[in-house]
Design a protein around this ligand. Structure first.
Ligand SMILES: Cc1ncc(COP(=O)(O)O)c(C=O)c1O
Length: 355
């Protein structure tokens, strides 16, 4: 059904998404957007394999949890066929980062070994969200873009978490001027007030489906209420200048994160882009042993999470990390108030540092 909110939302999204992405398939949320991205890529290319990364989360439905690389996928295995995984440029707090050249060479090697002609898409979070706010080194995303183009593989940017101003641009790929072939979104699309997701596609991909049926769509897709909520939300981003606020407060937050790192021995690393931030804790500054193991917790991390909640600071504490992802409308006073709580919480984790 054509409805006015749906039509207006498609036109608005075409304005704010990168390059010639101009057609949108609306879904009920993020996981379903990724499901459809996989189907679009497979139908468009006639290939079946999908490349994905280990440190990733793409949603909890059968297909999206198979794309997901982090341990949330384990219980759902074997999952959908055809998913091939590559390493991320980041290897955890102890091993750190690959160079751009190493990271791209690893991807290229996997593609060669799998057979480029069998790979439909490479799905990745441009700035990885729940797996650690991994801001890629400059050159990585443009490099991935080039590799995909060379092999006829569609680049799918999962911007479910990083989209809609979170990083200080409408979409994280905008920082590196990369135009993916498909882009999935949800969450910030309606500020999560109503359920809505979307997968956007470049013009030539949309054209492919002009005379070929796309077998997809669920009863509630493109729900007019969801589309109206998205239009209203985008208007607020613009009227309240939330991208501008995110850039300004993002700079303040970067300073506050660095300050924590310089004063607290348990802070092993901090990363942020816009208002998308994280702190990684270590129990040994020399060996960089994390404060909790991969996919595990520890007494100290549990206590830190409890302290934050008791102090009225609601944030995501996971493994040896906690996130600093405040609302985009946050003020400097509120941000400083939150970091004062974090500061007090870290006094306790500092005591567990051995070396
Ligand atoms: C990067 C990313 N992709 C996809 C999803 C799944 O979105 P949804 O929960 O709306 O299905 C999430 C949710 O956390 C996410 O962070």
């Amino acid at each position: 059904m054509a409805t006015e909110p749906r039509a207006r939302l498609g036109a608005k999204l075409a304005e704010i998404t990168p390059g010639d992405i101009d057609t949108f398939f609306f879904t009920n949320g993020g996981a379903e957007a990724n499901e459809n991205a996989v189907k679009i890529a497979r139908f468009f290319t006639g290939r079946h394999k999908i490349l994905a990364r280990y440190r990733s989360y793409h949603g909890a439905t059968a297909g999206s949890i198979s794309l997901t690389g982090d341990p949330r996928r384990w219980a759902a295995e074997p999952g959908i066929p055809g998913v091939i995984r590559v390493f991320d440029p980041y290897h955890g707090i102890e091993r750190g980062w690959d160079s751009v050249e190493q990271a791209l060479a690893n991807i290229e090697e996997v593609i060669q070994l799998e057979g480029p002609q069998t790979i439909a898409a490479f799905i990745l979070e441009p700035v990885t969200g729940t797996n650690g706010i991994l801001v890629p080194p400059d050159g990585y995303l443009p490099g991935v873009r080039e590799i995909c183009k060379k092999h006829g593989i569609l680049m799918v940017a999962d911007e479910v978490m990083s989209g809609f101003g979170r990083t200080g641009e409408w979409f994280a790929v905008d920082h590196w001027k990369v135009v993916p072939d498909l882009i999935s979104m949800a969450k910030g699309l309606t500020s999560s007030y109503l359920p809505l997701g979307a997968v956007g596609m470049r013009h030539h991909i949309a054209q492919h489906f002009q005379d070929k049926v796309f077998y997809g769509g669920l009863t509630y897709n493109s729900h007019p209420m969801g589309c109206a909520a998205a239009l209203a939300t985008i208007r607020v981003y613009e009227e309240d200048r939330l991208l501008e606020n995110t850039r300004k407060m993002g700079a303040v937050m970067k300073g506050l994160l660095r300050d924590l790192q310089s004063r607290h021995p348990s802070v092993g690393a901090v990363r942020s882009i816009g208002l998308f931030g994280i702190v990684e804790l270590v129990r040994n500054r020399r060996t960089r042993e994390p404060m909790a193991p991969f996919n595990g917790s520890s007494e100290e991390m549990t206590a830190l999470g409890r302290f934050f909640r008791e102090q009225g600071l609601y944030t995501f504490v996971r493994w040896n990390t906690f996130f600093t992802n405040p609302p985009l409308c946050i003020t400097e006073k509120e941000l400083r108030e939150a970091f004062a709580i974090i500061d007090r919480g870290l006094d306790a984790t500092d005591k567990a540092v051995l070396d």
